[in-house]
Design a protein around this ligand. Structure first.
Ligand code: ARG
Length: 589
């Protein structure tokens, strides 16, 4: 792998050298940032001058005198109270981009993180025997992007899909099915995936209704839970069928989402059953958890109910049953001690934040988490309808995820179809592009806002060709491919000797920032910043087209080659960046 030092790092290094030549004891960071006035601005001199009791402008002037300008730094000047404005040479920009272009590992010269670790990420965790709804979209989409970004950064990533496959509801379901064997009648044995799931979902709702209204059924259902937990073979087999059927359905939805979910990464709640007793024993013996009214509880000074009384995390109920918390605590032990994670990441709805706060704190008190092994919830907000309220169907029901995805693909196919003649697309291409554009639109809308915020699900806006949408980015990519196809004999080639137009410089400087953007995004789990980077890249490309013609007959051949090189690198960066978000970039659109 050929990793390329970014212009930012080169400039930082030049300035740091000049700084230590001026003030040897300083050992300082020039605090470089992007600037509107020049390519970069360094603000670090002010603090240094203060420490050295020197006049900041004078110190800045001395530093400038010590800067070796030439290869990278073109101009440098003191501004304001002692800032440095730095402009890099056109040649340095082109050389840097050429090195990125030459990286044949498709990493665009981006280095791996210096000290990668192992992250276990918990995402895409639907519940067995229930249809996936719009709420399950976010965990899957955000989690998938974070997996890709972390792996690109060099992290070892272990995926865990903590599906809801255990609990009292299964006693209820199995009992109901035993009593109403014809509700999933024989013809259902032949359907699978979406249709089977929709039948299961119906069954679930019917069972729930009976459970809530019929005390005797409730008692029978509860007895069934005990059978399930005791491993009664008939009950267990019925449960396994629910799980298997549901998994087939999950896979079909994830495939629709253009997302790879592997069976071996699905470790649902039931996967930790064998650990539950031990988890309780460890917590009780260490005094982290205490018995209170028969239940095993963990208390927190800052978690209180509306009445002012502390609300504990219940690890084991007074009837001996285990809940969500016991499973999550056991999963932490597994992930830390078996999977050897140093980071645990949970992509889960913000409404579960209190649960995770208590679970993480409990694990810290138990010594399973500490300063070196940490856990984070990547909490996300709610998907809202156009009216700003939680997204529901017109009938007030939660929206099925598959319906929503199908509609997105239909709309996108219509948008793509409008241009089919002009672009010359076959039926197959229109259908494929419709899927890539529609699913891309849904993912991008989710990923382009900060995860913790709620966002509005507005398909009209999502598939719009203008504005901050994935389609806009996909068109930017396809347009470059079209130019490259029309270039005839001309080939992309870097010409560092050429002076760059302002729009070329702006594009080039932004391309150089891809690596540092991905590193930041990986460190803070913030895919929306990658989306913002890509949108800006496409916008800079649009400005470039307005101001610089690529294939104009008036251009000297080397200008054509250099511009083809610039747009090709832009296309590769768009492609790579979109792929990190889990979004495809069709070649012709
Ligand atoms: N299945 C849960 C739900 O649908 C999400 C699971 C989150 N992960 C966890 N380790 N608790 O709400």
């Amino acid at each position: 792998m050929t990793s390329v030092t970014s212009l930012t790092d080169l400039v930082r290094q030049c300035l740091a050298n000049a700084l230590s030549a001026t003030l040897p004891e300083a050992g300082a960071d020039p605090l470089l940032r992007r600037s509107d006035r020049a390519d970069f601005q360094a603000n670090g001199i002010l603090a240094l001058a203060k420490k050295a009791k020197a006049n900041p402008r004078e110190l800045a002037t001395q530093v400038v005198a010590n800067v070796v300008s030439g290869e990278v730094i073109g101009e440098i000047e003191v501004s304001g109270p002692g800032f440095l404005n730095v402009t890099v040479t056109d040649e340095a920009i082109t050389r840097n981009l050429a090195a990125r272009y030459a990286d044949d590992t498709a990493r665009l010269g981006v280095p791996h993180a210096a000290q990668p670790g192992t992250t276990v990420i918990d995402y895409a965790q639907p519940n067995v025997a229930k249809e996936m709804h719009v709420g399950h979209l976010r965990s899957a989409v955000i989690g998938d992007a974070v997996v890709r970004i972390l792996e690109f950064a060099g992290e070892t990533v272990v995926r865990r899909h903590h599906i809801g496959d255990w609990g009292t509801q299964f006693g209820m379901l199995i009992q109901y099915l035993d009593e109403h064997p014809h509700e999933l009648d024989h013809k259902d044995a032949e359907v699978s995936g979406e249709e089977a799931m929709s039948n299961l979902d119906r069954l679930y709702k019917a069972a729930r209704r009976l459970f809530d209204s019929d005390e005797e059924f409730k008692t029978r259902a509860r007895r069934r839970v005990v059978d399930l937990q005791a491993g009664d073979p008939h009950t267990l087999a019925a449960w396994q069928k629910f799980v298997d059927e549901s998994k087939i359905y999950f896979f079909s939805v994830f495939e629709k989402l253009d997302m790879e979910i592997r069976d071996e990464d699905i470790v649902g709640e039931s996967g930790y059953n064998d650990m539950l007793h031990e988890t309780c024993r460890l917590l009780e013996e260490s005094g982290v958890a205490v018995r209170s009214e028969g239940a095993l509880c963990v208390f927190f000074d800052d978690v209180k109910g509306p009445d002012g009384n502390p609300v504990p995390l219940i690890v084991q109920k007074s009837d001996g049953g285990f809940g969500y918390a016991a499973t999550d605590l056991s999963a932490i032990r597994d992930r830390v001690f078996q999977l050897k994670a140093d980071t645990l990441l949970y992509v889960v709805d913000a409404r579960q934040s209190l649960h995770f706060k208590m679970v993480f704190e409990t694990a810290r008190r138990a010594g399973w988490l500490n300063d070196d092994v940490t856990a984070h919830q990547l909490a996300f907000g709610t998907v809202l309808g156009k009216d700003g309220k939680p997204f529901k169907t017109r009938e007030g029901e939660t929206v099925r995820l598959v319906d929503l995805l199908d509609e997105a693909v239909d709309r996108a196919t219509a948008v793509v179809g409008e241009k089919r003649e002009k672009v010359g697309l076959t039926d197959r291409e229109v259908a494929e592009n419709g899927r890539y554009v529609g699913i891309g639109a849904v993912k991008y809308a989710d990923l382009s806002t900060s995860a913790v915020r709620d966002y509005k699900f507005d398909l009209d806006q999502m598939v719009s060709l203008n504005g901050d949408t994935s389609v806009y980015l996909q068109y930017a990519y396809a347009r470059i491919q079209s130019i490259l196809r029309r270039a005839g004999e001309a080939r992309p080639a870097a010409h560092p000797e050429l002076a760059l137009a302002p729009a070329e410089r702006a594009l080039g400087l932004h391309l150089d920032r891809f690596g540092e953007t991905v590193a930041e995004v990986a460190a803070a789990y913030e895919p929306h910043k990658l989306a913002a980077y890509l949108y800006q890249l496409a916008s800079l490309l649009t400005t470039f087209y307005d101001q610089c013609h690529v294939l104009s007959p008036d251009n000297a051949p080397e200008v054509v080659e250099n511009r083809l090189f610039l747009v090709d690198l832009t296309a590769r960066t768009l492609h790579r960046g979109m792929a990190l978000l889990g979004i495809r970039t069709p070649e012709r659109l």
